[in-house]
Design a protein. Structure first.
Length: 296
């Protein structure tokens, strides 16, 4: 009888307790959403201001922090695309970025496959070397890269810049591939080898198709690096201004006595749109690739 009474009291007290917990959860969720929304607005405001500045005159840009232009200055984009040769620089950047992604993803995926699936002497030293390369400033490698491009007789060409952009340790992408491949079942590899498949066939036909999220992550990382890189293209295109990339071309809007801020904002907006579009298409794979590799 006593046990029945206790159970009845707990049952009667259950729904109010659950409602209070739900209320607290909703309150925490609401407060968290408000804080994150405020942070998001602060973070995104500079990008919105840049896009609005691309539709203003230079005088309007410095008249205040408002976002709405008095009259839409669409001629800023025309001037940037034609007169400032941003159209040519855009095509140069697409060429360099596209082929550097192809070279980098293949090389990084194979390095990650070796590090993730094989054991060999000095493996820890190799990983430590990759980690140490993160702290090496890009400026320290400019002279060796420039010398290598000249010795390959690729100076003054887009292929030379592409090869230079494809270099580097690419530590994050390599370790993401290594972590992802390490957690895949070894039975897939063993059954393929029993069927007569070699190293390249096992890699290209079995493991690489399973690593689509990490491939998408590597594409995004290399795209951002090659598309936004400034120092390396600047050095390699000093003698050939027609080979400039977008990042270097945008810098040309700044003169000794005058800076075309509206034209610079228009060119920066043109350069920003492909990044946004690519990330919107690959964001799901990007999150899956990071989560899948870290799971190891």
């Amino acid at each position: 009888m006593l046990q029945t009474t206790v159970i009845a009291r707990r049952t009667a007290a259950g729904p109010p307790v659950r409602r209070r917990r739900r209320g607290r959860t909703r309150l925490r969720t609401g407060l968290t959403s408000i804080v994150l929304l405020a942070i998001c607005l602060v973070w995104i405001y500079p990008f919105v201001w840049m896009i609005s500045s691309s539709l203003k005159t230079n005088a309007e840009i410095f008249s205040g922090l408002g976002l709405a232009p008095q009259v839409l200055q669409l001629g800023n984009f025309t001037r940037a695309w034609d007169q400032a040769h941003i159209g040519r620089y855009f095509l140069n950047t697409v060429f360099i970025t596209g082929f550097s992604i192809l070279i980098t993803v293949v090389a990084v995926a194979m390095m990650g496959y070796i590090l993730g699936r094989y054991r060999f002497p000095g493996k820890r030293l190799v990983i430590a070397g990759f980690a140490a390369a993160v702290f090496l400033p890009e400026g320290f490698t400019i002279i060796p890269v420039f010398d290598m491009v000249n010795k390959l007789h690729l100076e003054g060409s887009l292929w030379g810049i592409t090869l230079a952009e494809s270099g580097g340790a690419h530590v994050v992408a390599t370790l993401l591939f290594a972590g992802y491949f390490a957690q895949l079942p070894r039975e897939l590899e063993e059954s393929a080898i029993m069927d007569g498949a070699g190293f390249l066939r096992v890699f290209t036909r079995i493991y690489l198709p399973l690593a689509k999220p990490v491939v998408a992550t590597a594409i995004i990382l290399q795209f951002l690096q090659a598309w936004n890189d400034f120092l390396l293209p600047l050095v390699l295109t000093l003698s050939r201004p027609d080979l400039r990339t977008l990042a270097v071309g945008i810098y040309s809007f700044q003169g000794q006595y005058f800076t075309d801020w509206s034209g610079m904002a228009a060119a920066a907006t043109i350069g920003l749109l492909p990044i946004i579009i690519l990330f919107l298409f690959l964001q799901r794979y990007f999150v899956e690739g990071i989560a899948g590799a870290v799971k190891q």
